[in-house]
Design a protein around this ligand. Structure first.
Ligand code: MSP
Length: 671
């Protein structure tokens, strides 16, 4: 079995996952599944990038300990994997001890090679992208990548001798022209390098949420040095086992065999890093340079995809124009979301994420094209053949059958080839060409007319056999992109999963008994406007997903017990709203209570809250909080309280107020 290792970027945890993160993860999943269908030995990694100043600040803003905050948001990314039917073999968090060990191991190796020295850094830094920005690259004083404000840094820093790797990198690209795809991105990197590489600052002293530099814990590693190493961590690099016997004492030619971890030996460097185009430089330039310095082989391949745009701009948390993947899954289903994003965005290009686009594709491609083939074929076998796939004797076949067989084999070839070069969009086009051919074949044959003529029985049988055979192959071809739909089609046909190796036309076993027939993608008869204004699960909620639910840990495995769950209607009865604290004073003779006057948009109210042990009244004034707006008034220490403040507490500890990531006006509904 060929080893095949595929990774997604590890996601920053300053934001909740959105369609952008979901996209990369779903594409990587489809690639991983396609390789498993081809018989490869696949290792598929995703995870979260949890260090850096940005995370430290986001946690402070949310009023949480950084560890607690990290745990919660990492939980939402793990949940995303479950929600989207992602088949990852591991989920790495950079805060895990195994990753600290691996990053420190890489650092030591680079240092042992003489490539790290101490200096002073003075310059600009973008905390959003976690990159140092040379003065000459600032655009109107802002980060050229994300357009956000940059900060002036002046601190002691370790440097990596990136300049030393200028020529080795160019030589490496020349020897490995397929290293970075699409190819034009490699030219961009070459041009960048040819302009002259500066050494890279790789440590920070002004904050502590990071991995300590070996032997100098005042410094934490630059977040990208740590983050990139995750790809090795998950293979066991730096673990006690793998270090056994490895000589780390000084610079020498080390070979990959030093990495005793069996997974490193198996999956490195046959790795494909799938990344968004904005992080190509880190992957195609810094990462190979770090690895060369550590005497490790650079990765086999980097695939850079484009951006999902919303309203013309990159969908991103910092702009606030994000689409929640959960809304689309709720309305269209996981497979339809997977299909839409992979069908719509050709590799390397940008694409618009629109409600109209997904609804149109759902009804045209899934309900109509695919849904029709499935329902026509299965219901006709049920009606005319008593639920058993008939045989197609050679003598009953004609050119039309043979041409369909050819289309099936051509589709298989095209899908395999295009998956092999990561062109999933083209593979799906080829599959839909086949689906349309089958529909045409059925229309041309008119089985419903053949069924009325006893002398046409063998033609009817042949037609239904070939249609079912095409459907079997279709299920196999859509399997990586829509695993659930593929499985449902197979269940209707009474078949089990088929590998891509050996997949070919005309191999369906006559006599196969169908399973229960069900509608695959029932047409959605609503308009986009109707879908957007549904009370339950509306789509198009572009906007900032809220900070993780502070009243309940969102970490992995916190699904409430089945019988404790409430419906969305029940939840919506609770009106949560934004309020601004205008005045606050301690309630006399009470240890816990604070009396606050708050602006709730439409009026001012008095609320009494049990937060005095955690907040001084003056800390509360001016703060934006979340309240239960429609709670019946209650008297606390003789004062009437109109509403309840939302706060979290860990294990009954001190209350931590729910906060908002961006300014929100009083009265805004929280849901
Ligand atoms: N933590 C770094 C990556 C470190 S990898 C060693 C990072 N994280 S991120 O949370 O910002 O995620 C970036 C990745 O999410 C992108 O490279 C891309 O894969 C995906 N996307 C985020 N927004 C996206 C779009 N609007 N469109 C497409 N993909 C998007 O960078």
């Amino acid at each position: 079995m060929n080893p095949f290792y595929i990774t997604t970027p590890i996601y920053y945890i300053n934001a909740q996952p959105h369609v952008g993160h979901a996209y990369t993860t779903m594409v990587a999943d489809a690639i991983a599944r396609s390789r498993r269908l081809l018989g490869d030995d696949v290792f598929f990694l995703t995870g979260t990038d949890e260090h850096g100043q940005k995370v430290e600040r986001a946690a402070q803003k949310a009023g949480l300990k950084t560890e607690v905050f990290a745990e919660q948001v990492a939980g939402t990314f793990r949940q995303m994997c479950r929600d989207l039917n992602i088949s990852n073999d591991d989920f790495i968090r950079t805060t895990e001890p195994r990753h600290h060990r691996a990053s420190q191991e890489l650092w030591r190796r680079v240092a042992a090679n003489g490539d790290i020295y101490k200096g002073d850094y003075e310059g600009w830094y973008c905390t959003v992208d976690e990159i140092f920005v040379p003065e000459t690259q600032l655009v109107d004083g802002k980060c050229p990548t994300c357009g956000n404000k940059v900060e002036r840094l002046k601190e002691e820093s370790y440097y990596f001798r990136l300049s030393k790797y200028q020529q080795p990198l160019l030589d490496f690209y020349a020897k490995n022209p397929d290293f970075l795809q699409p190819a034009f991105r490699l030219n961009e990197i070459r041009t960048f390098i040819e302009a002259g590489l500066q050494d890279l600052s790789i440590s920070r002293t002004s904050f502590h949420w990071g991995i300590p530099v070996p032997d100098d814990p005042k410094h934490v590693m630059y977040v990208w040095f740590d983050a990139l190493t995750n790809y090795l961590t998950a293979l066991g690099f730096g673990s006690a086992d793998h270090r056994r016997g490895a000589d780390l004492s000084g610079p020498r030619e080390r070979k990959d065999e030093d990495l005793l971890g069996p997974r490193v030996e198996r999956y490195w460097p046959v790795v494909t890093h799938l990344v968004g185009k904005e992080i190509v430089r880190q992957h195609a330039l810094y990462w190979p340079a770090f690895l060369m310095s550590a005497h490790l082989t650079p990765p086999r391949r980097i695939i850079a995809h484009g951006w999902w745009l919303m309203g013309g701009a990159k969908m991103s948390k910092s702009i606030g124009n994000v689409a929640r993947y959960q809304d689309y899954v709720a309305v269209f289903g996981v497979d339809a979301l997977r299909y839409f994003v992979m069908r719509e965005m050709p590799l390397g290009q940008d694409a618009n994420f629109s409600d109209e686009g997904i609804l149109a594709r759902f009804n045209a491609d899934l309900a109509n094209d695919l849904g029709n083939v499935v329902s026509r074929t299965t219901t006709m076998i049920q009606r005319y053949c008593d639920c058993v796939v008939p045989a197609s004797p050679q003598e009953a076949r004609d050119d039309l059958d043979r041409s369909l067989e050819k289309s099936i084999d051509a589709a298989i070839e095209s899908v395999k080839t295009n998956f092999g070069v990561f062109q999933i969009t083209v593979a799906l086009q080829a599959t839909w060409d086949l689906i349309r051919s089958v529909n045409q074949y059925i229309v041309q044959r008119e089985p419903w007319t053949l069924a009325k003529k006893p002398e046409a029985r063998s033609k009817l049988d042949a037609t239904l056999y070939h249609a079912a055979d095409a459907l079997r192959v279709t299920a196999a071809l859509i399997d990586p992109v829509m695993p659930d739909a593929a499985e449902r089609i197979r269940r209707m046909l009474g078949l089990s999963q088929e590998q891509w190796t050996g997949l070919k036309a005309d191999t369906l076993r006559a006599g196969t008994r169908l399973g229960t027939i069900e509608p695959l993608f029932p047409r959605i008869e609503k308009t986009v406007e109707e879908l957007r204004s549904m009370d339950e699960k509306p789509i198009g909620g572009a906007g900032e997903p809220a900070v993780p639910g502070a009243t309940q840990a969102v970490g992995a495995g916190t699904t409430p017990a089945e019988d404790n769950r409430i419906s969305i209607d029940e939840f919506m009865k609770v009106e949560l709203r934004v309020a601004k604290v205008l005045e606050a004073e301690a309630v006399p003779k009470s240890r816990k209570l604070v009396k606050m006057k708050v602006d709730v948009g439409t009026e001012r109210r008095t609320i009494v809250a049990g937060i005095a042990e955690a907040y001084q009244p003056e800390q509360l004034v001016g703060r934006t909080i979340a309240i239960v707006f429609n709670l019946k008034p209650a008297k606390l220490m003789g004062i009437e309280s109109n509403g309840m403040v939302l706060a979290a507490s860990v294990d009954g500890g001190k209350p931590i107020l729910v906060a908002f990531d961006e300014p929100v006006p009083p009265g805004a509904r929280v849901r």
